[in-house]
Write a protein that binds this ligand. Sequence first.
Ligand code: F6P
Length: 362
Amino acid sequence: MKKIVISTGGGDAPGLNAVIYSVVMASQSRGWEVYGSRQGYLGLLDADELIRLTPEDVADITPTGGTILGSTNKGNPFAMPVENLAGEIQIRDVSDRVMKNFLRMGFLCHIAVGGDGSLEIAHRFATEKGMQVIGVPKTIDNDLQATQMTFGYDTAVSTATEALDKLHSTAKSHDRVLVVEVMGRDSGWIALNSGISGGADVILIPEIPFDFDTVCEKINDNVLHDKHYAIVVVAEGAKARDHEAIHKGDGEVGRSEKILGGIGEYVAREISLRTGKDSRSLVLGHLQRGGSPTTFDRLLALRFGATAVRLAENGDFDQMVALSGDQMIAVPLAEAVKGRKKVPLDSDKVLTAREIGICFGD
Ligand code: F6P
Protein backbone atom coordinates (compact mmCIF):
# COMPACT_ATOMS: atom_id res chain seq x y z
CA MET A 1 0.00 0.00 0.00
CA LYS A 2 1.55 3.29 -1.09
CA LYS A 3 0.95 6.40 0.99
CA ILE A 4 1.30 10.02 -0.05
CA VAL A 5 0.95 13.26 1.84
CA ILE A 6 -0.46 16.52 0.48
CA SER A 7 -0.10 20.04 1.90
CA THR A 8 -1.35 23.48 0.87
CA GLY A 9 0.96 26.44 1.60
CA GLY A 10 1.01 30.22 1.14
CA GLY A 11 -2.04 32.39 0.45
CA ASP A 12 -5.12 30.34 -0.39
CA ALA A 13 -6.57 30.33 -3.90
CA PRO A 14 -9.87 29.05 -5.31
CA GLY A 15 -9.21 25.55 -6.64
CA LEU A 16 -7.11 24.18 -3.76
CA ASN A 17 -9.90 21.86 -2.69
CA ALA A 18 -10.29 20.62 -6.27
CA VAL A 19 -6.59 19.60 -6.25
CA ILE A 20 -7.08 17.78 -2.95
CA TYR A 21 -10.14 16.00 -4.34
CA SER A 22 -8.30 14.96 -7.47
CA VAL A 23 -5.23 13.70 -5.59
CA VAL A 24 -7.40 11.64 -3.23
CA MET A 25 -9.50 10.12 -6.02
CA ALA A 26 -6.59 9.43 -8.38
CA SER A 27 -4.75 7.76 -5.49
CA GLN A 28 -7.79 5.77 -4.46
CA SER A 29 -8.06 4.35 -7.98
CA ARG A 30 -4.49 3.04 -7.56
CA GLY A 31 -5.20 1.60 -4.13
CA TRP A 32 -3.04 4.27 -2.41
CA GLU A 33 -3.69 6.13 0.82
CA VAL A 34 -3.62 9.93 1.10
CA TYR A 35 -2.84 11.99 4.18
CA GLY A 36 -3.29 15.75 4.49
CA SER A 37 -0.82 17.89 6.39
CA ARG A 38 -2.67 20.76 8.06
CA GLN A 39 -1.41 24.36 7.81
CA GLY A 40 1.38 23.64 5.35
CA TYR A 41 4.03 21.51 7.05
CA LEU A 42 2.41 21.47 10.50
CA GLY A 43 1.06 17.95 9.97
CA LEU A 44 4.56 16.73 9.24
CA LEU A 45 5.75 18.27 12.50
CA ASP A 46 2.92 17.19 14.74
CA ALA A 47 1.02 13.94 14.15
CA ASP A 48 -2.20 15.50 15.51
CA GLU A 49 -2.23 17.78 12.48
CA LEU A 50 -1.88 14.93 9.99
CA ILE A 51 -5.20 13.62 8.75
CA ARG A 52 -6.17 10.65 6.63
CA LEU A 53 -8.18 11.78 3.61
CA THR A 54 -10.71 9.33 2.19
CA PRO A 55 -13.00 9.78 -0.83
CA GLU A 56 -15.84 10.37 1.66
CA ASP A 57 -13.89 13.22 3.29
CA VAL A 58 -13.48 15.06 0.01
CA ALA A 59 -16.78 14.16 -1.66
CA ASP A 60 -18.23 17.66 -2.02
CA ILE A 61 -15.20 19.94 -1.85
CA THR A 62 -14.40 20.65 -5.52
CA PRO A 63 -16.68 23.73 -5.87
CA THR A 64 -15.65 25.21 -2.52
CA GLY A 65 -13.15 28.02 -1.97
CA GLY A 66 -10.26 27.93 0.50
CA THR A 67 -8.55 24.72 1.54
CA ILE A 68 -9.86 22.04 3.90
CA LEU A 69 -6.25 21.58 5.06
CA GLY A 70 -5.69 25.21 6.04
CA SER A 71 -2.68 27.20 4.87
CA THR A 72 -0.02 29.56 6.16
CA ASN A 73 2.55 32.08 4.93
CA LYS A 74 4.67 31.59 8.05
CA GLY A 75 5.31 27.88 8.01
CA ASN A 76 8.74 27.47 6.42
CA PRO A 77 10.30 24.52 8.31
CA PHE A 78 13.79 25.85 7.45
CA ALA A 79 12.98 29.12 9.28
CA MET A 80 9.97 28.45 11.50
CA PRO A 81 8.81 30.99 14.11
CA VAL A 82 8.66 29.01 17.36
CA GLU A 83 7.69 30.30 20.81
CA ASN A 84 10.27 29.51 23.51
CA LEU A 85 9.54 28.94 27.23
CA ALA A 86 9.86 32.68 27.90
CA GLY A 87 7.13 33.34 25.37
CA GLU A 88 9.56 34.86 22.85
CA ILE A 89 9.34 34.02 19.17
CA GLN A 90 12.52 32.51 17.76
CA ILE A 91 13.27 31.37 14.22
CA ARG A 92 14.31 27.69 14.15
CA ASP A 93 15.19 25.14 11.51
CA VAL A 94 12.81 22.21 12.09
CA SER A 95 13.29 20.63 8.66
CA ASP A 96 15.01 17.51 10.06
CA ARG A 97 11.99 16.81 12.25
CA VAL A 98 9.72 17.13 9.21
CA MET A 99 11.89 14.71 7.26
CA LYS A 100 12.03 12.23 10.14
CA ASN A 101 8.22 12.18 10.39
CA PHE A 102 7.89 11.88 6.63
CA LEU A 103 10.11 8.76 6.66
CA ARG A 104 8.51 7.33 9.80
CA MET A 105 5.09 7.53 8.12
CA GLY A 106 6.51 5.70 5.09
CA PHE A 107 5.29 8.26 2.59
CA LEU A 108 6.14 7.68 -1.06
CA CYS A 109 6.01 11.39 -1.74
CA HIS A 110 4.82 14.82 -0.69
CA ILE A 111 2.54 16.73 -3.04
CA ALA A 112 3.21 20.38 -2.17
CA VAL A 113 0.54 22.73 -3.49
CA GLY A 114 1.72 26.32 -3.33
CA GLY A 115 3.15 29.46 -4.87
CA ASP A 116 6.80 30.33 -5.38
CA GLY A 117 7.61 30.34 -1.64
CA SER A 118 6.08 26.92 -0.95
CA LEU A 119 7.61 25.44 -4.09
CA GLU A 120 11.03 26.74 -3.11
CA ILE A 121 10.68 25.03 0.27
CA ALA A 122 9.57 21.81 -1.44
CA HIS A 123 12.62 21.98 -3.71
CA ARG A 124 14.91 22.45 -0.69
CA PHE A 125 13.42 19.35 0.93
CA ALA A 126 14.09 17.44 -2.29
CA THR A 127 17.68 18.57 -2.73
CA GLU A 128 18.84 18.97 0.88
CA LYS A 129 16.86 16.25 2.68
CA GLY A 130 16.10 13.74 -0.06
CA MET A 131 12.31 14.07 0.21
CA GLN A 132 10.41 12.85 -2.87
CA VAL A 133 8.29 15.88 -3.73
CA ILE A 134 5.98 16.96 -6.52
CA GLY A 135 4.88 20.59 -6.78
CA VAL A 136 1.47 21.87 -7.85
CA PRO A 137 1.45 25.57 -8.77
CA LYS A 138 -1.15 27.75 -7.09
CA THR A 139 -1.56 31.49 -6.86
CA ILE A 140 -4.12 34.07 -7.81
CA ASP A 141 -1.17 36.25 -8.91
CA ASN A 142 -0.36 33.96 -11.89
CA ASP A 143 3.30 34.90 -11.45
CA LEU A 144 4.93 31.48 -11.81
CA GLN A 145 6.91 31.47 -15.00
CA ALA A 146 7.06 27.71 -15.61
CA THR A 147 3.32 27.32 -16.08
CA GLN A 148 1.12 29.14 -18.52
CA MET A 149 -1.48 29.53 -15.81
CA THR A 150 -1.98 28.83 -12.12
CA PHE A 151 -5.39 27.97 -10.74
CA GLY A 152 -7.12 30.63 -8.67
CA TYR A 153 -6.11 33.35 -11.07
CA ASP A 154 -9.12 33.06 -13.37
CA THR A 155 -11.49 33.27 -10.39
CA ALA A 156 -9.66 36.32 -9.01
CA VAL A 157 -9.83 38.08 -12.38
CA SER A 158 -13.55 37.30 -12.69
CA THR A 159 -14.19 38.71 -9.22
CA ALA A 160 -12.23 41.88 -10.01
CA THR A 161 -14.01 42.32 -13.35
CA GLU A 162 -17.40 41.94 -11.71
CA ALA A 163 -16.43 44.60 -9.15
CA LEU A 164 -15.34 46.99 -11.92
CA ASP A 165 -18.61 46.42 -13.78
CA LYS A 166 -20.49 47.48 -10.66
CA LEU A 167 -18.37 50.56 -10.06
CA HIS A 168 -19.12 52.20 -13.42
CA SER A 169 -22.63 53.26 -12.47
CA THR A 170 -21.70 54.89 -9.17
CA ALA A 171 -18.61 56.57 -10.63
CA LYS A 172 -20.77 57.93 -13.45
CA SER A 173 -23.58 59.11 -11.17
CA HIS A 174 -21.14 61.21 -9.13
CA ASP A 175 -18.69 62.25 -11.87
CA ARG A 176 -15.97 60.59 -9.82
CA VAL A 177 -12.68 58.89 -10.33
CA LEU A 178 -12.77 55.45 -8.74
CA VAL A 179 -9.42 53.85 -8.07
CA VAL A 180 -9.50 50.10 -7.50
CA GLU A 181 -6.47 48.39 -5.96
CA VAL A 182 -6.14 44.73 -6.90
CA MET A 183 -3.71 42.01 -5.81
CA GLY A 184 -0.90 40.43 -7.81
CA ARG A 185 2.29 41.31 -5.91
CA ASP A 186 5.02 42.28 -8.40
CA SER A 187 3.06 41.17 -11.47
CA GLY A 188 0.24 43.02 -13.15
CA TRP A 189 -1.78 40.09 -14.48
CA ILE A 190 -4.92 40.59 -12.40
CA ALA A 191 -4.93 44.36 -12.99
CA LEU A 192 -4.36 44.02 -16.72
CA ASN A 193 -6.94 41.34 -17.41
CA SER A 194 -9.68 42.69 -15.16
CA GLY A 195 -8.93 46.26 -16.24
CA ILE A 196 -9.32 45.51 -19.95
CA SER A 197 -12.42 43.36 -19.42
CA GLY A 198 -13.99 45.74 -16.89
CA GLY A 199 -13.65 48.88 -19.03
CA ALA A 200 -10.93 50.70 -17.07
CA ASP A 201 -9.64 54.04 -18.36
CA VAL A 202 -6.28 53.64 -16.67
CA ILE A 203 -4.41 50.47 -15.66
CA LEU A 204 -1.29 50.79 -13.52
CA ILE A 205 0.93 47.70 -13.27
CA PRO A 206 4.33 47.02 -11.68
CA GLU A 207 5.87 46.31 -15.09
CA ILE A 208 5.18 49.91 -16.28
CA PRO A 209 6.24 52.63 -13.81
CA PHE A 210 3.72 55.44 -14.21
CA ASP A 211 3.72 59.20 -14.34
CA PHE A 212 0.90 61.12 -12.62
CA ASP A 213 0.91 63.78 -15.37
CA THR A 214 0.06 61.13 -17.98
CA VAL A 215 -2.62 59.55 -15.76
CA CYS A 216 -4.25 62.95 -15.13
CA GLU A 217 -4.03 63.87 -18.80
CA LYS A 218 -6.13 60.81 -19.58
CA ILE A 219 -8.71 61.74 -16.94
CA ASN A 220 -8.92 65.32 -18.20
CA ASP A 221 -9.19 64.01 -21.73
CA ASN A 222 -12.20 61.94 -20.68
CA VAL A 223 -13.91 65.19 -19.63
CA LEU A 224 -13.13 66.79 -23.01
CA HIS A 225 -14.92 63.81 -24.57
CA ASP A 226 -17.89 64.35 -22.29
CA LYS A 227 -17.02 61.42 -20.02
CA HIS A 228 -16.95 62.88 -16.54
CA TYR A 229 -15.90 59.80 -14.61
CA ALA A 230 -13.03 57.39 -14.77
CA ILE A 231 -12.12 53.94 -13.51
CA VAL A 232 -8.49 53.39 -12.57
CA VAL A 233 -7.25 49.88 -11.80
CA VAL A 234 -3.99 49.79 -9.90
CA ALA A 235 -2.02 46.65 -9.08
CA GLU A 236 -0.83 46.58 -5.47
CA GLY A 237 2.78 46.40 -6.66
CA ALA A 238 2.52 49.32 -9.13
CA LYS A 239 4.88 52.24 -8.61
CA ALA A 240 5.12 55.81 -9.76
CA ARG A 241 8.22 56.52 -11.85
CA ASP A 242 11.32 56.85 -9.60
CA HIS A 243 9.36 55.58 -6.60
CA GLU A 244 9.23 52.25 -4.77
CA ALA A 245 6.15 50.07 -4.31
CA ILE A 246 4.12 50.89 -1.18
CA HIS A 247 4.19 48.36 1.69
CA LYS A 248 2.04 47.96 4.78
CA GLY A 249 4.39 48.05 7.75
CA ASP A 250 7.57 46.00 8.01
CA GLY A 251 6.13 42.57 7.33
CA GLU A 252 5.45 39.64 9.63
CA VAL A 253 7.70 37.35 11.67
CA GLY A 254 8.47 34.14 9.80
CA ARG A 255 7.51 35.60 6.45
CA SER A 256 10.09 36.54 3.88
CA GLU A 257 8.20 39.05 1.73
CA LYS A 258 6.67 42.35 2.83
CA ILE A 259 2.93 42.91 2.51
CA LEU A 260 1.96 45.30 -0.27
CA GLY A 261 -0.88 47.80 0.01
CA GLY A 262 -1.79 51.47 -0.03
CA ILE A 263 -1.05 52.45 -3.62
CA GLY A 264 -4.77 52.83 -4.47
CA GLU A 265 -5.36 55.45 -1.82
CA TYR A 266 -2.19 57.30 -2.80
CA VAL A 267 -3.18 57.35 -6.48
CA ALA A 268 -6.72 58.56 -5.69
CA ARG A 269 -5.37 61.39 -3.51
CA GLU A 270 -2.90 62.54 -6.15
CA ILE A 271 -5.52 62.45 -8.91
CA SER A 272 -7.87 64.49 -6.78
CA LEU A 273 -5.18 67.08 -6.01
CA ARG A 274 -4.00 67.36 -9.59
CA THR A 275 -7.35 67.29 -11.46
CA GLY A 276 -9.69 68.70 -8.85
CA LYS A 277 -12.01 65.77 -9.44
CA ASP A 278 -13.67 63.85 -6.64
CA SER A 279 -11.80 60.58 -6.23
CA ARG A 280 -12.40 57.52 -4.10
CA SER A 281 -10.34 54.40 -3.68
CA LEU A 282 -11.17 50.88 -2.69
CA VAL A 283 -9.06 47.80 -2.07
CA LEU A 284 -10.57 44.57 -3.39
CA GLY A 285 -8.16 42.63 -1.19
CA HIS A 286 -8.97 39.12 -0.08
CA LEU A 287 -12.32 39.14 -1.84
CA GLN A 288 -10.23 38.13 -4.86
CA ARG A 289 -9.11 34.97 -3.10
CA GLY A 290 -12.56 33.90 -1.97
CA GLY A 291 -15.51 32.05 -3.40
CA SER A 292 -16.08 29.11 -5.63
CA PRO A 293 -13.47 28.47 -8.37
CA THR A 294 -14.54 29.16 -11.94
CA THR A 295 -14.94 26.22 -14.32
CA PHE A 296 -11.50 26.98 -15.75
CA ASP A 297 -9.83 26.93 -12.33
CA ARG A 298 -11.63 23.78 -11.22
CA LEU A 299 -10.67 21.91 -14.32
CA LEU A 300 -7.07 23.09 -14.15
CA ALA A 301 -6.84 22.16 -10.47
CA LEU A 302 -8.38 18.72 -11.06
CA ARG A 303 -5.95 18.09 -13.92
CA PHE A 304 -2.99 19.26 -11.85
CA GLY A 305 -3.94 16.91 -9.00
CA ALA A 306 -4.34 13.85 -11.21
CA THR A 307 -1.13 14.65 -13.09
CA ALA A 308 0.77 14.94 -9.80
CA VAL A 309 -0.35 11.43 -8.82
CA ARG A 310 0.69 10.15 -12.28
CA LEU A 311 4.15 11.66 -11.74
CA ALA A 312 4.34 9.98 -8.33
CA GLU A 313 3.46 6.65 -9.94
CA ASN A 314 6.24 7.10 -12.50
CA GLY A 315 8.76 8.17 -9.86
CA ASP A 316 9.20 11.64 -11.41
CA PHE A 317 10.11 13.61 -8.30
CA ASP A 318 11.41 17.14 -7.69
CA GLN A 319 9.09 18.21 -10.53
CA MET A 320 6.19 20.62 -10.76
CA VAL A 321 3.08 19.97 -12.84
CA ALA A 322 2.40 22.77 -15.29
CA LEU A 323 0.10 23.86 -18.08
CA SER A 324 1.62 24.32 -21.52
CA GLY A 325 -0.85 25.07 -24.30
CA ASP A 326 -3.58 22.59 -23.46
CA GLN A 327 -1.15 19.97 -22.19
CA MET A 328 -0.10 18.92 -18.72
CA ILE A 329 3.67 18.81 -18.47
CA ALA A 330 6.28 18.32 -15.75
CA VAL A 331 8.91 20.99 -15.12
CA PRO A 332 11.91 20.55 -12.79
CA LEU A 333 11.21 22.44 -9.56
CA ALA A 334 14.63 24.04 -9.92
CA GLU A 335 13.39 25.72 -13.11
CA ALA A 336 9.96 26.51 -11.72
CA VAL A 337 11.27 28.59 -8.83
CA LYS A 338 13.87 30.55 -10.81
CA GLY A 339 11.92 33.74 -11.48
CA ARG A 340 8.57 35.46 -11.54
CA LYS A 341 6.36 35.77 -14.61
CA LYS A 342 5.80 39.40 -15.58
CA VAL A 343 3.43 40.93 -18.10
CA PRO A 344 5.41 41.22 -21.38
CA LEU A 345 5.16 44.82 -22.53
CA ASP A 346 4.82 43.79 -26.16
CA SER A 347 2.06 41.26 -25.47
CA ASP A 348 -1.12 41.54 -27.49
CA LYS A 349 -3.08 42.29 -24.32
CA VAL A 350 -1.01 45.40 -23.63
CA LEU A 351 -1.27 46.41 -27.29
CA THR A 352 -5.03 45.78 -27.31
CA ALA A 353 -5.46 47.87 -24.18
CA ARG A 354 -3.53 50.76 -25.71
CA GLU A 355 -5.47 50.49 -28.97
CA ILE A 356 -8.83 50.69 -27.21
CA GLY A 357 -7.74 53.81 -25.39
CA ILE A 358 -6.54 52.50 -22.02
CA CYS A 359 -3.72 54.50 -20.47
CA PHE A 360 -0.85 52.82 -18.59
CA GLY A 361 0.50 56.08 -17.25
CA ASP A 362 3.69 55.86 -19.34
O1 F6P B 1 0.15 35.79 -3.29
C1 F6P B 1 -1.22 35.90 -3.10
C2 F6P B 1 -1.56 37.18 -2.40
O2 F6P B 1 -2.98 37.24 -2.33
C3 F6P B 1 -0.98 38.44 -3.03
O3 F6P B 1 -1.68 38.84 -4.17
C4 F6P B 1 -1.03 39.40 -1.87
O4 F6P B 1 -0.05 40.39 -1.98
C5 F6P B 1 -0.76 38.51 -0.69
O5 F6P B 1 -1.08 37.20 -1.07
C6 F6P B 1 -1.57 38.89 0.53
O6 F6P B 1 -1.18 38.10 1.58
P1 F6P B 1 -2.00 38.00 2.94
O7 F6P B 1 -3.11 37.03 2.70
O8 F6P B 1 -1.03 37.46 3.93
O9 F6P B 1 -2.50 39.36 3.29
